[in-house]
Ligand binder design. Sequence first.
Ligand SMILES: Cc1cc2nc3c(=O)[nH]c(=O)nc-3n(C[C@H](O)[C@H](O)[C@H](O)COP(=O)(O)OP(=O)(O)OC[C@H]3O[C@@H](n4cnc5c(N)ncnc54)[C@H](O)[C@@H]3O)c2cc1C
Length: 410
Amino acid sequence: MIAVARGTTRTAAITIIGGGIMGAVLAYQLARRGMREVVVLERETVASGSIGRATGGLRQQFADELDIIFAREGLRFYRQFIAEMQAEAVPASPPPPPFYQYGYLFLVSDDEAWQAMQGYVALQQRLGVPSELLTPMEVVARWPGLSLITEDLRGASFCSTDGYTDPAAMTRALIGAARRLGVEVYEQCPVLAIQTTRGRVQAVQTSQGRVATPLVINATGVYAALTARLVGIDDLPVYPLRRQLYLCEAVAGLPAELPMVVDQATGFHFRWRDGGLLLGLPHQPSPAEQAASRALETPAFDLTLDPGVWPQIERVIPRRFPALAGLRLRRAWAGLYEMTPDEHPVLGPTEVEGFLCACGFSGHGLMHAPLAAQLLTDYLTTGKSSTLDIEQFGLQRFREGRLLPATRLL
Ligand SMILES: Cc1cc2nc3c(=O)[nH]c(=O)nc-3n(C[C@H](O)[C@H](O)[C@H](O)COP(=O)(O)OP(=O)(O)OC[C@H]3O[C@@H](n4cnc5c(N)ncnc54)[C@H](O)[C@@H]3O)c2cc1C
């Protein structure tokens, strides 16, 4: 039953807008820390946004310190959450989400990238991630079923503790756990307006009624910039980037414990899913598409498949993975990354008192949301963080040109 009855007002101490992975993990962590009257408002259904279209990869192999720390902590959180769900075995609840800890394998073919990869692996190891460098012969020996073309391969990096999960199931499980701790979650409940008085948040107006609240968290993913406009913030730089995924029939002979395999030169990657093979290839948007995206024009949010990507995949496959030739496509879909200029999230307070950001994960939200939620929970409960300084992720950094360092690996 919906408690925000049409036309009525209810109150909440903290209102999270968005029932994606960020909203889910934040609601759960706030409730775990004893916060009461936490409400999640989702305009469609839980996990209907980008997280429901994601690959589900959890990798700690990143190229810069912040990304590695976020991913390392994200992985730690999910493993613990799954273990706790298994131990609790709540009656009539869905089973805990899976975690296929088969690793991530990056195949590197050019000298410069190989040089760089050695530095990234050293950095990962310094930060406690057990990644390793492999020779082409070692890759073939470990995964003979991949039937790789190795002539031009310089080597690979592999981390056995990386893996992949079902991102929508994980989001729903977190929402379920948050509900059991007292969080109220409303679906089909879009936030239409946010009322402020003298620069302070007072209430949000939804399609189902009004919620009087002093604190609003913007966890609306790729729509975060539009949500920020509801409080008069016109410069939150979160914009969409379309990505496409393809689910194909299974290929005989591939290892049962298939890592997420990434051809680093092209970005082509694949893993098992639903008894088939899920694959993707990042494609560069045209200058016109990039401009539309930055301007938040409606077509930039379009989820229609670009037919030009599949032929590119068909060209990439035989050069490295002849075993995948002749793949049979089951279905394909598009989703949106929520990009920021430095590809790090926007977290924490804004100039509008009571309006906080939790968005802009730039395609890494599954991995990075747990630590983001911890930083926000620390900020809201104690005012300071036990891990990273949340201030560095503030919106203000873009206005002052203090972008965070980032190097994209995939
Ligand atoms: C193809 C693809 C593959 C990906 N693969 C990975 C991966 O392997 N690993 C990884 O870590 N990340 C991956 N990502 C990125 C990841 O999906 C996002 O970073 C993540 O979903 C961001 O989480 P979020 O909760 O901020 O946003 P979302 O998941 O988009 O959730 C935001 C929610 O807010 C709701 N909302 C918006 N406006 C309103 C409103 N006004 N009122 C109420 N609700 C509103 C939306 O309906 C939505 O449900 C991938 C993304 C795509 C598209």
